[in-house]
Design a protein around this ligand. Structure first.
Ligand code: SF4
Length: 326
């Protein structure tokens, strides 16, 4: 894989707020879906973004491709502020997105060859060439000779192959995969994940891989961001996070995969409302390690080693203990 250290996407203290009304006559309240998130994506890497459903992962994914604009902060793509996604955007075709449900993003009245060829339209390529390129790409994803069929004639896994074929047509720099395999059976999931890896080998896009499933993220990604209630809490290399999770929330997510792991405390309680987030550390109502300080003061970022950082008042001691005990 042609992975370099070049940062092609840099998010700096990005927040996204929405005004929401919880009842017909209720006053509007501010919901902070993403709160001061800073991260970067390197050329050709696969960066995982994990957290429970509703934590702001998808909003951060949409911010990262220009489908949403930040309320505060900035997102730089190749060093330049990312413009809103759309027909006139200079970044069009350079950042693509694959969604959980490809059926909703494919036009039911368009043949799949037209759907796959569509991202090339803005480049002024003649239709016959676009269609040939789409047929070639469909063959690459295992759907040779199916171009004249319509989306409803395919299974969920096949539709996700079509979405992948469409996403790589413009040889994008970045593909944002938002729960791209969550709706598929385990055996089909494995095929699609391997196809995404093959496409990365061939076309070298960086992936921002959004998922609630740590097994999948562990298989796909070199680095991981952990998100909770709109905030990033831990960022680091996959191997380090899996061996010595520094944040209690990361530890709880790891414990929950493949059933409960008795060596880690399980995750209990409900995720608080983002309309009324807890003071201090947002995770404190569910944290088995909380101290009085955690209820008042939001922990700052602590760097544990180059590229590995965490927001927790006790993480450093916990990681040191965990590393000493092997
Ligand atoms: Fe738990 Fe405190 Fe760390 Fe938050 S800062 S995760 S409450 S120990």
């Amino acid at each position: 894989m042609s992975q370099t250290t070049e940062r092609i996407l840099v998010a700096e203290s990005v927040s996204r707020k929405f005004l929401v009304r919880q009842g017909l006559f209720a006053k509007k309240k501010t919901l902070t879906a993403v709160d001061a998130a800073s991260f970067f994506l390197k050329k050709g890497e696969c960066l995982g973004l994990v957290g429970e459903s509703g934590c702001g992962k998808s909003t951060l994914g949409r911010l990262s491709c220009g489908l949403l604009q930040p309320t505060q902060g900035s997102i730089l793509f190749c060093g330049t502020p990312l413009p809103p996604a759309g027909a006139g955007s200079w970044a069009r075709g350079r950042i693509q997105m694959i969604f959980q449900d490809p059926f909703s993003s494919l036009n039911p009245r368009m043949t799949v060859q037209d759907a796959v060829a569509e991202p090339l339209t803005a480049r002024g390529i003649p239709r016959a060439e676009r269609i040939q390129a789409a047929e070639d790409m469909l063959a690459r994803v295992g759907l040779k000779g199916t171009g004249k069929r319509y989306p409803h004639e395919f299974s969920g896994g096949q539709r996700q192959r079509i979405a992948i074929a469409r996403s790589v047509m413009t040889h994008p720099d970045i593909i944002i995969c938002d729960e791209a395999v969550s709706a598929l059976d385990a055996s089909v999931q494995a095929q699609i994940l391997n196809l995404l890896k093959d496409m990365q080998e061939e076309f070298s896009p960086a992936y921002l891989f959004i998922s609630h499933d740590l097994n999948i993220v562990g298989f796909m990604c070199q680095r991981i961001l952990v998100m909770y209630l709109g905030r990033l809490l831990e960022e680091g290399p996959t191997e380090e996070l899996f061996r010595h999770p520094a944040h209690p929330y990361t530890e709880a997510l790891l414990a929950a995969r493949n059933g409960l792991d008795a060596s880690h405390p399980p995750l209990t309680g409900e995720i608080p409302s983002p309309l009324d987030p807890p003071a201090g550390c947002a995770f404190h109502p569910r944290c088995p390690y909380r101290k009085p300080l955690c209820e008042e003061t939001m922990p700052p970022w602590t760097e544990l080693s180059p590229g590995w950082r965490v927001r927790c008042h006790v993480a450093q001691q916990r990681v040191s203990c965990s590393q000493r005990s092997g």
